[in-house]
Design a protein around this ligand. Structure first.
Ligand code: AMP
Length: 110
């Protein structure tokens, strides 16, 4: 079981930002920007590449809600999903990094 599945089950605590039936957003434990949030589906999906495109559409709407909730929707933000080995993915459960709260440099990539 991945660490994110344990967070979904409540076995590991997280600093929750937003949740609905399908998705959960919480602060990254090792932030790479002033605001660094992870948005994940509650179902087990390995990565963006194997995810259902309809679900990704709903996740996009959820990410927009998260950005609004933490007030970075107007100032701007960056979303990243690492995929597989070359993509630098450490946790094999689909997640989007939502980064903002300051001017991001391209070198700030997670
Ligand atoms: P990735 O390299 O794209 O798989 O990103 C995994 C992210 O999960 C990293 O940015 C970690 O800091 C973050 N992370 C790992 N464990 C936790 C945790 N328990 N709570 C919050 N974020 C976590």
């Amino acid at each position: 079981m991945t660490i994110f599945e344990k967070i979904i089950k409540g076995e590991i605590p997280c600093k929750k930002v937003l949740e609905n039936d399908e998705f959960l957003a919480f602060y990254d434990i090792n932030p790479k920007a002033p605001i660094h949030i992870l948005a994940i589906p509650k179902v087990c999906v390995k990565d963006f590449d194997t995810a259902d495109s309809m679900m990704l559409g709903r996740l996009s709407g959820f990410i927009q809600e998260v950005a609004k909730k933490v007030n970075i929707d107007k100032s701007g933000y960056r979303i990243i999903s690492n995929i597989g080995s070359d993509g630098g993915q450490e946790v094999p459960h689909l997640h989007f990094h939502i980064l903002g709260g300051g001017k991001l440099k391209w070198e700030n990539l997670v």
